[in-house]
Design a protein around this ligand. Structure first.
Ligand code: PEP
Length: 261
């Protein structure tokens, strides 16, 4: 069974004191959860302090972006070795807000995934269609192109720890969630694509997260779908109660799946 992941994307919210408070509340509430991989992604300015607080805890740290060069005259950018040095184990790459507002493309995502893996960190590579693309019946085609583009040139062994997050753009921050069936359809397509591009083994071990207005009251129905291995949570990760509820519901379901199997 694939261990589920719940990752919180704090976007551009929280100053350092607020981030420390939230991380501390989460850390204290989830210390005994062992069957969910828990990750939080504060903004760059908070990674160092939050990272120190998370040392030797079961809460992992992610950055929300990276640059693909390891150092140089790239004003304003942050490299993978820098991100690693503050305790991050993961990097969110190609979030739709970065694709939309900062012109990220499948090619830049590909370079960032490479830099992330070369640097020893785990990429959480985001894909997802816009509302217009969904309404035009292009969802599967768009997501397929994003997955293929983001992973172009990598072999299976290289992608051992890859995490993919399917996040329909129209569901992010809108309160409009994909139905579990809509999400499952795309997750199943991504899994089938991984099998076609790599192997059955690779397709069965890769975790694919769903993101888009996940809340404590809809996580259960989403997590019941066969190919959904967790969530990338935006708004609902900014308050500890809701985020911890999502983690606990996921852990309970996973424990039950284990008993049913
Ligand atoms: C996100 O930022 O990745 C996200 C899914 O946001 P929200 O949960 O607020 O829709």
């Amino acid at each position: 069974m694939r261990t589920p992941i719940i990752a919180g994307n704090w976007k551009m919210y929280k100053n350092v004191a607020e981030a420390m408070d939230l991380a501390n509340e989460i850390k204290r509430s989830v210390f005994d959860i062992t069957n969910v991989e828990i990750v939080i992604a504060p903004s760059f300015t908070n990674l160092g302090d939050v990272g120190e607080m998370l040392i030797e805890t079961n809460v992992g740290l992610a950055s929300q972006n990276c640059y693909w060069e390891s150092e140089g005259a790239f004003t304003g950018e942050v490299s993978v070795p820098m991100i690693k040095s503050v305790g991050c184990g993961y990097i969110i790459i190609g979030h739709s807000e970065r694709r939309k507002y900062f012109s990220e493309t499948n090619e830049t995502v590909n370079k960032k995934v490479r830099a992330c893996i070369d640097g020893g960190l785990i990429p959480i590579m985001c894909v997802g269609e816009t509302l217009e693309e969904r309404e035009a019946g292009k969802t599967l085609e768009i997501v397929k192109t994003q997955v293929e583009g983001g992973l172009a040139g990598f072999d299976e062994k290289y992608l051992e720890k890859l995490i993919i997050a399917y996040e329909p753009v129209w569901a992010i921050g809108t309160g409009r969630t994909a139905t579990p069936e809509q999400a499952q359809e795309v997750h199943a397509m991504i899994r089938a694509l991984l099998k076609e591009l790599y192997s059955e083994e690779m397709s069965s071990v890769t975790r694919i997260l769903y993101g888009g207005s996940v809340k404590p009251d809809n996580i259960e129905s989403i997590m019941r779908e066969e190919d959904i291995d967790g969530g990338l949570i935006g708004g609902a990760s900014l308050k500890s109660d809701g985020f911890v509820d999502i983690i606990k519901t996921t852990g309970d379901l996973y424990a039950k799946k284990g008993t049913d199997a």
